[in-house]
Design a protein around this ligand. Sequence first.
Ligand code: ADP
Length: 506
Amino acid sequence: MDKPNLHRHLNRQINKFLSEITLRNNSDLSTFIKVINQTYLNYEKDAELFEQAARLNDKEYSEINEKLKQEISKRDLFELKLIEAINQLNVDDGVKLGGKDNLLDLIKILNREIEIKKEYQEQLNSAKILAEKANDAKSEFLSIMSHEIRTPLNAIIGLVYIMEKENSLESIHENIEVLKHSAQNLFLLINDILDFNKIEAGKVDIEKIPFDFKELIKQIAKSLQVKASENLNTIQVDIDADFQPNLISDPLRINQIITNLVSNAIKFTKEGIITITVNQISIINEVSTFKVEVKDTGIGIDKENFQNIFQKFSQAETKTYRQFGGTGLGLVITKKLLNLLKSDIQFESEIGIGTKFYFTISLPINKYFDTIVTDDLQENYKEQDLNGMRVLLVEDNLINIKIAQKIMSQWNVEVDLAENGLVGVEKFNLNSYDVILMDLSMPVMNGYEATSIIREKDKLIPIVALTASASFGYLDRVFQIGINEYIIKPFNPKELNMKLRKYYKG
Ligand code: ADP
C-alpha cells in the first residue's frame, strides 16, 4: 500500500495495530483503509475550507464594519459642516443648532433658505425687468433730448453763419432775437438736465433767502404771459388778501417749481385760462402755511397715466412729445424740489376739463431783512451813466471779468483788475477807488480775508460782494466782516448799476 499518501492520523493507527504482512495479504482491508483514508482527507479539506471560510467572513465583516464606520463619520462631518454653513448664513428664526439630532430643524431651515433664494430670484427678475424698462425710457429720452438740444443749437449755428456771411447790421438785428430765444431754450433745457442730475445725486442745497412770495408769483405770471398768449391763453393770479408774502426760503427753487407748473398748464391748454391761486392756511410761531394751486382748462390727464407723469423721462403718452415737445423731466424735478422743501405735489385732473396741480408749504416769515430787488423794479429801471467812477474788481474767473468789464464800460466806469484777494489788497493800498467789487471764493487769498484786511485800514470804502450763493446764514457772515452789499452771480446788469450808483460821486 502506498503509505506516503495516508493521512497522518490513520497512518499512526495502522502502524500501531497492523503488520506489513497483514496489510499486504488482505486486499479487502487495503481497500477499506483507502476509503477511510479518503474520508480523513475529505474531512481535513472541509476543516481547512471551513477555517478559510470563517477567516474570510471575519475579514469581510471587519471590512464592512470599517466602511460603515467611515460612512458614519463622513455623515457626521457632513452634518457638522452643514450646520456650520447654515449658522454662517445668519439664520435668525429662533432655532438653535449644534446637536446632530435636529435634522428636522435642519430641513426646516433649508426649506426656508430655498424660499428666500426663490424670493431673491424673483426680486432679481423684477429688478431686471425694471432696469430694462428704465433703459428703454432712457433711450427714448436720449432721442427726445438730442432732438431738443439740436433744434436750438442748429438755429444758433445757422444764424451765426448767416450773420457772418451777410455781415450787415440789418441781418444782425433781424436774427438776434431768434438767437436769444434759441440760446435761452438751450439754457433752460441744460439747466433741467443739470438740475435733475444734481437732485438725483442729492447735491441740491435749499437756500434760506428773504423774498417776497407775492412778487415772485406776479413775476412768473408776467414772464409767461407771452408764451400763454401764443396758445390764446390768459393767466390769472388770485392771492388771498390775508397772505403774508415776506418769507424766507429758496426763491430760485420756488420760482422753478411754479414756473414748471404754469409752463405745463400753458403747454397743455388752448384758448383757456390758467389760474395761480395762493391761500393762507395758518400763521403759527412765525411760520406761514399756505396752499399754492395752478389750475388750467386744458386737455387733462388720463387716469391710467396718473402714476406715469412723475416718472423720470416719461410723459403721459408717447404721442405727447410729438405733439407738445418737452422732456418729461419737469414734474420729476418739481416733485423732488418740493420734497426738499418738506412739501409734496398733488393733482386732480379730468380729460377735456382740465388739471389742477397744488401743494401746501410751511415757510418761516422774514422779519429782519430787506427782500432782494425784484425783477419788476429792475425792468423799469434806467441804467445810469457812471462816468469816471473808479471800481476795483477783485475776481479770478476770466469770463466773469470779461462780462463785468464789458457791462461797466457801457456806463463809462474805470475798472481796475485784481486776480485774487492778495493782489486786491495790494492795489487798494496803492490806489484810490470809489467801490470794490469783491468775489468771495478765490485762490491765494479769498474775499473774506481780503475784506477783513481792507476793513482794518478803511472802514468806509464800499465793498460789494460778488457771490454765487446767497443763503441766509452765509449772508449774515458777509455783513459781519464789513461787506456793504452783495450781488448774486450771474449778476443782472441793472442790479449792478443800481448798486454802484449809490456810491457814485460824479
Ligand atoms: P414734459 O417736459 O413732457 O412737460 P413733465 O414732467 O413736466 O414733462 O410732464 C410730464 C407729463 O405729464 C407731460 O408730458 C404730460 O403728459 C403730463 N402733464 C403735465 N402737466 C400737465 C397739464 N397741466 N395738463 C395735461 N397734462 C399734463
